[in-house]
Ligand binder design. Structure first.
Ligand SMILES: [Fe+2]
Ligand SMILES: [Fe+2]
Length: 376
């Protein structure tokens, strides 16, 4: 009895999962296949998509891919963290002398020997893996088979970041799954609904452009892509309010802002960064301090900017929708050297403020002096 098992978070399932599974089925010709979504506690900090929705998406994505598929809620029934060795033991009990095949991606393959009780896995199952281009390690310490050909570099976190940045589902998600994501407004579609309702069209387009550029820069500077996109899409959430509305909002919600009285009198639009941070935290449930700080600092900067803060500051001033010449210059600088781009962006912002005969917030001046000191 050949039993193929494929587990994972599948949050969401994507074409990489489907093509891996199809190739494995073609090669192994299993009598039965178990697709086993991981259970995650809804109380954990990073709450994923509910189990039943991930399961529904899997049923759509894998429909017709093999003759006998069991969409297995084993991990949901267990309720806690399930290790792969436990999954293997469960399948051994369920079938008499099964020939087990455990399907994994290349990333997992490098890590399999670090899993809990690896001997239980290796003694009872053959690991089947798909290779990505450029992968040439050969983990000979356990029984494994490589599927023929190479698999594209797809990941669920990339899919989530794409949807959050663009408000659209990429073609890397099977078409049959799209209606479920749309119906339940998953992976940030609710944020897009809100932004479309509360921001002018140009500002909404700008937010998407900033998220898109932040994603590109996050890859270059090793920042989590989902954090970068989250900061990008939400950074101007409060920008739909007038100056008076921003002031009232800050007072109502006791939002602490430096130089509040001066800002209220001279340039209330500066409050939108702090209001956006509040909205990100309280309306959209963002808990990541790095994301929240980046949103708060995107206009005036700070003396302790994280890499994500720098990325957002620079992406905001140089996103694709910005039409002035400097945007292009800063964007290209940022691809090479983030700190140089930040210095240039701070310079342009200050000069623009002076040219427009507007008040210079001391925070902007502090940032400039701090960056110059660092340069010297
Ligand atoms: Fe802004
Ligand atoms: Fe902006």
């Amino acid at each position: 009895m050949k039993v193929l098992v494929f587990g994972g978070s599948f949050d969401p399932v994507h074409q990489g999962h489907v093509s891996l599974f199809k190739k494995a089925v073609k090669m192994i010709r299993p009598d039965v296949s178990h697709i086993v979504p991981a259970y995650h506690s809804p109380f954990k900090a990073k709450s994923p998509t509910p189990f039943n929705l991930r399961m529904q998406m899997l049923k759509k994505a894998f429909a017709g891919c093999a003759k006998n598929i069991i969409f297995d809620d084993y991990e949901l029934k267990r309720g806690g963290k399930t290790y792969t060795c436990q999954l293997i033991e469960y399948l051994k009990k369920r079938y008499k002398n099964p020939e087990l095949f455990l399907l994994v991606g290349t990333d997992c393959l490098n890590d399999v020997h670090n899993w809990k009780n690896p001997h239980i896995i290796f003694n009872n199952a053959t690991v089947i893996a798909g290779k990505r281009k450029g992968y040439n390690e050969n983990p000979a310490q356990f029984k494994h088979i490589f599927l023929p050909g190479f698999f594209p570099k797809l990941s669920s976190s990339r899919v989530r970041a794409h949807i959050l940045a663009c408000g659209e589902i990429p073609p890397t998600v099977p078409a049959a799954v799209h209606p479920l994501i749309e119906k339940h407004r998953l992976y940030g579609l609710k944020i897009h609904d809100w932004l479309k309702e509360h921001l002018k069209t140009n500002r909404y387009i700008h937010s998407k452009s900033v998220a898109e550029l932040a994603a590109v820069l996050s890859d270059i500077y090793n920042v989590n892509v989902e954090s970068a996109v989250k900061a990008g899409i939400l950074h101007d959430a409060g920008k739909g309010m007038s100056g008076q509305e921003l002031i009232r909002f800050c007072q109502q919600h006791r939002i602490k802002t430096p130089f509040f009285e001066d800002i209220c009198k001279l340039e209330p639009s500066l409050l939108h960064s702090y209001v956006s941070k509040w909205l990100a935290r309280h309306l959209f449930g963002v808990k990541d301090k790095d994301v929240l700080n980046a949103v708060a600092e995107h206009t005036l900067g700070s003396l302790k900017m994280s890499t994500l803060s720098k990325i957002l500051f620079v992406a905001d001033i140089s996103s694709k929708d910005r039409k002035y010449k400097d945007a292009f210059v800063i964007r290209n600088m940022a691809l090479q050297d983030l700190d140089s781009a930040l210095l240039y962006a701070a310079n342009r912002k200050l000069l623009f403020t002076i040219d427009s005969q507007k008040w210079l917030c001391p925070l902007g001046i502090d940032l400039w002096n701090h960056l110059i000191k660092q340069e010297k």
